[in-house]
Design a protein around this ligand. Structure first.
Ligand SMILES: Nc1nc2c(ncn2[C@@H]2O[C@H](COP(=O)(O)OP(=O)(O)OP(=O)(O)O)[C@@H](O)[C@H]2O)c(=O)[nH]1
Length: 707
């Protein structure tokens, strides 16, 4: 966040520091916010992640309420929650940007990030997961695992984040605990540990039973308020409900067996003194074993509730403190010259003097840093961390010299699939627009901005229609610039069909220096199509034997640059090998000239090799009711859609298909009118596929303005 942006917001906190305790005081403008207490608690840093609309923001809002940090409950549908504070979030009822909040629960301080569920903002989830210690995966209990759940689950796997599952919306008509658990098992390929059973389902949902302690938790509205604060927790007796009692007994035995299978220490306990009577196993021993299993990511605890109906959130908070990890005892030294350190509470911040492990903080004034960077105390610790990152990810040892040593494993950014031109209202405002775009890019690395080499116009590349729409809107609201967007276009790719060679000579005299280079290269299609835009570079033996080391960088830069814009339509070239077959360089020649000559030579070879245009192919998942299924399928057939599967999800059907992105422009409007607004869909990049020769020539004609 820029200093400018911070200044725009009036400070709502004041700070008093006394010895090691920091007291946060007053929220003058919004008296519904409560005081935060002190830093004495154990810190936990986790995020809430899920498919769009599973209820992340609603759950976060309840957490803030029960922990006492807000006095009134906000509602996503009324646009007044704490974490959805951007105007666009409040208007659309969706989360766009991750928002961090800090609150205390019992003896713990929980630093929590509410992340977006829409596929266009997946990078937001990625950038949170890489720095957090744990995550709560929220599910809509009437839908189970949905398309984007799989994506965020894979991201959490990649960053090895211990997780808890929360089956939300248990109050919904088609909510099913058993169905959701089964879909977690099948689709996420993980072992669910059922720590709770619901009492009632859908309309009758009124509470839960803690399987570990065998306590029944029933929410009881008071006469004037049903805010979920009032609930009764007591041991479930057989006389209360014999069927439920038996169910819980069976669930606890299954849980004990599962845990004993996964944890040797617990297995010893079970097989030893408690082998005859599982009932005698103390709850805290079972909890400790579940915690070890969760941290080792051998299984995931599953809880349930209804955030909207204010049920199940307090036990979820307990589970976060019981089962998710606290940061270990590493000491983080922040020795960079930071002008200010701030603790966030959604869109408010409070300045703090120092930071403890496990906290989330903001800083200002790091002009060169962007999302995905890691801040370390010294060059030496950067080198050590880079080595560790290389080892941990199983990658080849990274270069840890010079600037490279400061670059740690960053956020993995998917390539943008859409682009369009963006223009300021007048030439005089171009500079303001450039500044706004560069600020937005530092915050959001999935946004790419580049000049059009032919027209000089600014091109905006994004993850989806909604992403670009939101950026457009933010430029207007936050930077006061009314911009004009060109038509949305597809980011195609180019590849080659054949092997080809080319030679090039560069002979230029600048001042009294003669720059002279000759190059000969071969380009070859890569057999394994991986969608990689980085070419694989080889050297003929005769070249590698004599090549001075310092020329390797300029040569490889030249080759990579020539692949950024393919020769046919200027899209990135993917899946190629480039071999440098011969190279002569006059001693006075600058490295820039070497790069330029190699680059030109590769471009010539690419042209000769025959260019194939590739289009983005998307994985599409539509959830639609039976009544609207045939209309949806008929429409998909006209969009070159390839239907792969039609699954049943409760009363709905889920259509899984692969569809070219070019056919999906404005699809949300079409689907809404086809299904009277009842269907939902997600779209995610699957791969790039070759256009047929007719499609390719039609595209070329369109791009040249001939049709
Ligand atoms: N019936 C029911 N509706 C819920 C529940 N929790 C949330 N909702 C509703 O589901 C919709 C989405 O809720 P959000 O909290 O915005 O979901 P989200 O996961 O944060 O959404 P994104 O961040 O945009 O992905 C809203 O209309 C909520 O009122 C619940 O427990 N039961």
């Amino acid at each position: 966040m820029g200093e400018k942006e911070l200044k725009k917001r009036p400070p709502k906190w004041s700070l008093e520091t006394s010895c090691s305790t920091v007291q946060y005081c007053l929220f003058e403008e919004n008296p519904s916010y409560q005081l935060l207490t002190s830093f004495s608690a154990i810190n936990l840093a986790c995020c809430i992640m899920a498919h769009i609309d599973a209820g992340k923001t609603t759950t976060t809002e309840r957490m803030l309420y029960y922990s006492g940090y807000i006095r009134a409950l906000g509602d996503v549908d009324d646009g007044d929650t704490v974490t959805d504070f951007m105007a666009q979030e409040r208007e659309r009822g969706i989360t766009i940007q991750s928002a961090a909040v800090t609150f205390d629960w019992k003896d713990y301080r929980i630093n929590l990030i509410d992340t977006p569920g829409h596929v266009d903002f997946t990078v937001e989830v990625e950038r949170c997961l890489r720095v957090l210690d744990g995550a709560v995966a929220v599910f809509d209990a009437s839908a189970g695992v949905e398309a984007q759940t799989l994506t965020v689950w894979r991201q959490a796997d990649k960053h090895q984040i211990p997780r808890i599952c929360f089956l939300n919306k248990m109050d919904k008509n088609r909510a099913s605990f058993a169905y959701s658990v089964e879909s977690i098992k099948q689709k996420l390929k993980t072992k669910p540990l059922l720590l709770q059973l619901p009492v009632g389902e859908a309309k009758t949902f009124r509470g839960l039973v803690d399987v570990v302690t065998k306590e029944q938790i029933i929410w009881k509205p008071t006469s004037d308020l049903d805010d979920g604060k009032n609930f009764e927790r007591k041991l479930l007796l057989e006389t209360d409900d014999p069927n439920l009692f038996q169910e819980v007994q069976d669930a606890r035995n299954t849980l004990i067996e599962q845990v004993a299978d996964l944890d040797d220490e617990f297995a010893e306990l079970v097989l030893g003194e408690h082998s005859e009577n599982f009932d005698s196993i103390p709850a805290d021993k079972l909890q400790s074993a579940i915690r070890r299993i969760t941290l080792a990511q051998k299984a995931v605890p599953v809880l349930c509730g209804s955030a909207l109906k204010n049920k199940g959130v307090q036990p979820l908070l307990d589970a976060i403190t019981l089962y998710l990890p606290a940061p270990n005892e590493r000491s983080y030294e922040f020795l960079e010259r930071m002008s200010r350190l701030l603790l966030p509470f959604a869109d408010q911040q409070i300045e703090i003097p120092s930071l403890m492990p496990g906290n989330i903080a903001l800083t200002v004034g790091l002009k060169q840093s962007a999302t995905g960077d890691t801040i370390v105390s010294s060059k030496a610790s950067a080198v050590a961390a880079a080595r560790r990152a290389g080892r941990d990810t199983g990658e080849k040892k990274r270069s840890v010299s010079g600037v490279d040593s400061l670059l740690l494993a960053g956020v993995e950014i998917p390539e943008p699939v859409f682009f369009c031109t963006i223009e300021p209202p007048s030439v005089a405002r171009q500079q303001d627009l450039d500044n706004a775009l560069s600020c937005l890019q530092r915050e959001d690395p999935s946004l790419k901005v580049k000049p059009d080499p032919d027209t000089g116009q600014t091109i905006l590349c994004g993850m989806g229609e909604l992403h670009i729409e939101i950026i457009h809107d933010r430029i207007k609201r936050e930077y006061g610039i009314e911009t004009y967007l060109g038509p949305l276009q597809i980011a195609y790719r180019e590849t080659i069909l054949n092997t080809a060679q080319a030679t090039d000579i560069l002979d230029r005299t600048v001042g009294d220096k003669r720059h002279f280079v000759t190059a000969e290269v071969e380009v070859r299609p890569r057999l394994a199509e991986e969608g990689r835009t980085k070419p694989i570079i080889n050297y003929a033996e005769s070249v590698s034997e004599v090549l001075p080391k310092e020329l390797q960088g300029p040569i490889e830069n030249g080759i990579s640059n020539s692949c950024i814009q393919g020769p046919l339509l200027g899209f990135p070239v993917q899946d190629i090998h480039v071999t440098v077959q011969s190279l002569t360089v006059h001693p006075d020649t600058s490295h820039t000239m070497v790069s330029a000559c190699v680059s030109r030579c590769v471009q010539k070879a690419l042209k000769k090799a025959g260019i194939q245009i590739l289009e983005p192919l998307m994985n599409l998942e539509i959830t639609v009711s039976e009544d609207h299924l045939s209309a949806t399928l008929a429409d998909l057939a006209q969009r070159r859609g390839n239907i792969q599967e039609i699954q049943s999800r409760q009363d709905n059907r889920v259509v899984v298909a692969a569809v070219p992105l070019a056919e999906m422009m404005g699809y949300s409007t079409v689907l809404r009118s086809l299904t009277s607004g009842s269907a939902t869909f997600t779209l995610e990049l699957a791969s790039y596929q070759a256009l047929s020769s007719q499609e390719q020539s039609a595209l070329l004609q369109r791009r040249m303005g001939l049709v």
